[in-house]
Ligand binder design. Structure first.
Ligand code: MV4
Length: 504
C-alpha cells in the first residue's frame, strides 16, 4: 500500500477519500483553492497545498499544479474523486508519465469510453445491447430521414462527444428532422467543440439503472449490483437507491454480466459504472460507462458491505480482489438524498451564504457524507452539492421512513437547501411505490412543491429558529456575522413556516 496519496478534489468527496486513506494507514495530501483555505478537507488531511485562486479553471482543473503538489509532498498516487479531472484522459496519462500512480482506470480505458459512438461500437462488438441506431455520425438530414424510417419515430439525435444530455434532440416527425439536426449540431459544437451527431430510437419512459463494477489488475472483474437513479431533474440526479425495485436477481445477473463484458472490452481496471436504460418491458440498453467513482457510490457500499474507495486504493496498489461474484449479494435497501444549496421552491436557484447552524442526523443506519461545517461559506465557485444523506434499512419501506426521520433531524441554517424537497419526496405516493422513470420528477415537481410542510417539520424549523436567535443574543459576534442584527439567514423550512416573527 502507498504511504501517501494526494486527493485532487474538494468538499465531501475529498473527505470521503481522506477517510479511506486514514483507515488504510495512508497519509493524505489535500490541495485547495484560496476559497477553500479553511475547508474541512484541508484540515482533515495530513498536509495541504494551495493550488491557486478560487475559479476551478485556475486551481482544481490545473493538472500541472496538482502533479507538482504530489511531487513536492512525496505522494505516490493521486485520487481524483469525481468531476474536475477525474475523466480527463490527458491527466491520467500525465500522472502516469510523472511516475505517479493514478487511482482510477488506465488512460486507454477512459479514452475507449470517452466518445459515445466509440463506446457504442465497442459495445456492439462485445454482445452488449445498445439502443437501436447508428454508430456512425450523420452526414445530412436525408441520411437521418432514411434511418428514422427504418426505426420509426420518435428518434433521438445525440452528440457523439456528448454527455449530460447536451446536444440531444427528440424528433417526433419527419418535418422537424432538418431543423432539429441543425440545432443538435450547433449545441454539440459549442458544448464539446465537435458537431458529430448520431441517431438512436427514442426509448419512452425508461428507468436509469446503472451497474457498479470493480476490476483488479489481475483479470478479475466483478459487478456489485445496480443503482436506481431515475429521480433526476435536468440530468442532475437527486435521489439514488440500491437495489432497484425494477430489478430481480435474474435481471441483475444479466445486466451485471453485460457490464462486466463492457468493462473487459475497454481493458478496465479499478471502480467504474455502466449506465443503462431499462424499459417497462425489462429490456435494457447500454448507454455509456462512467470511468470514475460516482457521487452515489455509498448506496452500493451499504448494500454490499464493500468499501469502494478503499478498494480503489488497494487495486491501484496492485492488490487482488479477494471476493468471488457469488460472494456479492445485496442485502437490505439504501437510499441517498443529495443535499444541495438550492432553493427548490424558487426553481432550484443556487443559494449562497455562511452555514450559521448545522445539526446532523444520526442513529441506526444513518450515514452523512458531507463537506460542510458551521462557519463554512457557500459560494458560487463550485458545485452546489453540500453533502449526501444516506440511509440503510432491511426493507425499502423502512429505508424511506428512516430517510424521512433523518431529514427532519437535519438542520442547516444560513443557506437554502434541498432538505424540504426531499422530505416531500419521501411522502410522495409514486416514490413510495417505486413508480418512477426518468421524466417522472419533472412532471411531478409542480405538485410536490405545492404541498405544505407537515406539522413535525414546522415544529423542528421553529425550534431551530429559536435556538439560532438565542445563540446570537447570548454570544455576540461582529455585526457582519450577527444574525439578529444583520439579515436573517433563510433556512427554507423556517421561512415557509412563517414562524420566526411570532417566536421573537
Ligand atoms: C436516451 C433516452 C431515451 N432514448 N436515449 C440523457 C443523457 C444521456 N446520458 C442519455 N440520456 C438519455 N438517452 C434513448 N435512445 C433518454 C435519456 C434521458 C435520460 C437518461 C438517463 C437519465 C436521465 C435522463 C433524462 C432525460 C433523458
Amino acid at each position: 500500500m502507498f504511504d501517501k496519496v494526494l486527493v485532487a478534489n474538494r468538499g465531501e468527496i475529498a473527505l470521503r477519500v481522506i477517510r479511506a486513506c486514514h483507515e488504510l494507514g495512508v497519509k493524505a495530501v489535500a490541495v485547495y483553492s484560496e476559497a477553500d483555505a479553511r475547508a474541512p478537507h484541508v484540515r482533515e488531511a495530513d498536509e495541504a497545498i494551495c493550488i491557486g485562486p478560487p475559479p476551478s479553471s485556475q486551481s482544481y482543473l490545473v493538472g500541472e499544479k496538482i502533479i507538482e503538489a504530489a511531487k513536492s509532498t512525496g505522494a505516490q498516487a493521486i485520487h481524483p474523486g469525481y468531476g474536475f479531472l477525474s475523466e480527463r484522459e490527458w491527466f491520467a496519462r500525465a500522472v502516469r508519465d510523472a511516475g505517479l500512480v493514478w487511482i482510477g482506470p488506465p488512460a486507454e480505458a477512459i479514452a475507449a469510453m470517452g466518445s459515445k459512438t466509440a463506446a457504442r461500437t465497442l459495445a456492439v462488438k462485445n454482445d452488449v445491447p445498445v439502443v437501436p441506431g447508428t454508430t456512425e455520425a450523420l452526414t445530412d438530414a436525408a441520411e437521418a430521414s432514411k434511418i428514422a424510417k427504418k426505426f420509426g419515430f420518435p428518434i433521438l439525435l445525440k452528440a457523439a462527444a456528448g454527455g449530460g444530455g447536451k446536444g440531444m434532440r427528440v424528433v417526433t416527425k419527419e418535418r422537424d428532422l432538418a431543423s432539429s439536426l441543425d440545432a443538435a449540431r450547433r449545441e454539440a459544437k459549442s458544448a464539446f467543440g465537435d458537431d458529430a451527431v448520431y441517431v438512436e430510437k427514442f426509448i419512452e419512459k425508461p428507468r436509469h439503472v446503472e451497474i457498479q463494477i470493480l476490476a483488479d489488475s489481475h483479470g478479475t472483474v466483478l459487478y456489485l449490483g445496480e443503482r436506481e437513479c431515475s429521480v433526476q431533474r435536468r440530468h442532475q440526479k437527486m435521489i439514488e437507491e440500491a437495489p432497484s425495485v425494477a430489478v430481480d436477481p435474474a435481471l441483475r445477473k444479466r445486466m451485471g454480466e453485460t457490464a462486466v463484458r463492457a468493462a473487459r472490452a475497454a481493458g478496465y481496471v479499478n471502480a467504474g459504472t455502466c449506465e443503462f436504460l431499462l424499459d417497462a418491458s425489462g429490456n435494457f440498453y447500454f448507454l455509456e460507462m462512467n470511468t470514475r467513482l460516482q457521487v452515489e457510490h455509498p448506496v452500493t457500499e451499504l448494500v454490499t458491505g464493500i468499501d469502494l474507495v478503499q478498494w480503489q486504493l488497494r487495486i491501484a496498489s496492485g492488490e487482488k480482489l479477494p471476493f468471488k461474484q457469488e460472494d456479492i449479494v445485496p442485502r437490505g435497501w439504501a437510499i441517498e438524498c443529495r443535499i444541495t444549496s438550492e432553493d427548490a421552491s424558487n426553481g432550484f436557484l443556487p443559494s449562497t451564504g455562511r452555514i450559521e447552524y448545522l445539526h446532523l442526523p444520526s442513529g441506526p443506519g444513518v450515514r452523512w457524507d458531507g463537506g460542510i461545517e458551521t462557519g463554512s461559506e457557500v459560494g458560487l465557485f463550485y458545485d452546489p452539492m453540500l453533502a449526501k444523506l444516506i440511509v440503510w434499512a432491511p426493507t425499502r419501506d423502512h429505508a424511506i421512513v428512516r430517510m424521512r426521520r433523518a431529514l427532519t433531524d437535519l438542520v442547516i441554517l444560513g443557506v437554502e437547501t434541498s432538505r424540504d424537497f426531499h422530505v416531500r419526496m419521501m411522502d410522495d405516493e409514486d416514490f413510495r411505490k417505486g413508480d418512477i422513470e426518468i421524466q417522472w420528477l419533472e412532471r411531478k415537481l409542480p405538485e410536490i412543491l405545492a404541498k405544505k410542510p407537515d406539522e413535525a417539520s414546522l415544529r423542528a424549523a421553529a425550534i431551530a429558529a429559536v435556538m439560532l436567535a438565542d445563540q446570537s443574543r447570548t454570544s455576540p459576534r461582529k455585526q457582519s456575522e450577527t444574525i439578529a442584527g444583520g439579515s436573517a439567514p433563510s433556512a427554507s423550512s423556517w421561512r415557509q413556516a412563517g414562524l420566526l416573527e411570532g417566536l421573537r
